[in-house]
Ligand binder design. Sequence first.
Ligand code: DAH
Length: 342
Amino acid sequence: MIDIEKKVKEIEEKAIAEMSGAEGLDRLNEIRVAFLGKKGSLTAVLKSMKDVSPEDRPKVGKWVNDARFAIEEKMEATKQRLDALKLEKELAEEEIDVTLPGKMKFIGHRHPNTIALEEVERIFIGMGYEVIEGPEIEYDDYNFTKLNIPANHPAKDEQDTFYITKDILLRTQTSPVQARVMEKGKLPIRMISPGRVFRSDEVDATHSPSFHQIEGLVVDRNVTFADLKGTLDVFAKELFGPETKTKFRPHHFPFTEPSAEVDVSCFKCGGKGCRFCKGSGWIEILGCGMVHPHVLEMCGIDPEVYSGFAFGVGLERIALLKYEIDDMRLLYENDDRFLGQF
Ligand code: DAH
């Protein structure tokens, strides 16, 4: 009996001593298993109870319970000590010096093409136009035939087209969106359609195999050339300043009749003639005209009832003029020192 009491006391002291020296939660768990687990030393004493005489059993039970209680109490305290230690260590490792200068985040900004496009969109949205996009991969039919450019028309190779198959190509202009929108049959139409176009041109200061256009189309009853002139005059004044004058020069496009090219008075010299306008006082900015009755017809619109006008602007041309950039290649080189200026 005395032996059992001594043994229980020893187990308790040993457990408590081991916990005092424990340096991690893993070690603490090992100690718990060694003393209180199924095969633990304190559990073994309980198991040997069958050899104790029945009248002594309550005493032995009490010693074991007291020891278990003391061990559990120490275990809880040790766990708290080790948790705190662990947190302290983590905090020390993750220390941040808030007085150090922050890491610079590089934030890009809008490309001059995008800035110019947003300006053009703002102007036309202000006049009640919708912005509608069309596909870059297009049917020959939409890019040419429906725009009054028949199979053997010289304009077809003038534009040096990238063909994918005989009938499918990379669009050479945004004009096919005109046909796509008209075919939908929802009238009236007042839309612009910006997007990428492709021509197999050699790269130089004014050419690129891929560039951008903005198409415009209005179809309604009683639309006249005066509406076209008024609209593009407002556009030019908004884009280049209120002093800007416009000039409509007769031209030819297969899908408009009559057609014109539009010049704006040079916003650098006001029309007197300078290096910028090559001495002429005028700068060409776009092509336009009244939608050809045959084009309306092919798209299911009655030319006796409806008329319309269309125009096509080169986006890069606008960006180069507006920001006085003299080489188109700069727009595509992604040199941040250049792009960062706009
Ligand atoms: N698609 C023509 C081109 O790429 C530009 C153009 C001219 C569009 C006259 C038009 C237009 O809508 O009416 O050269």
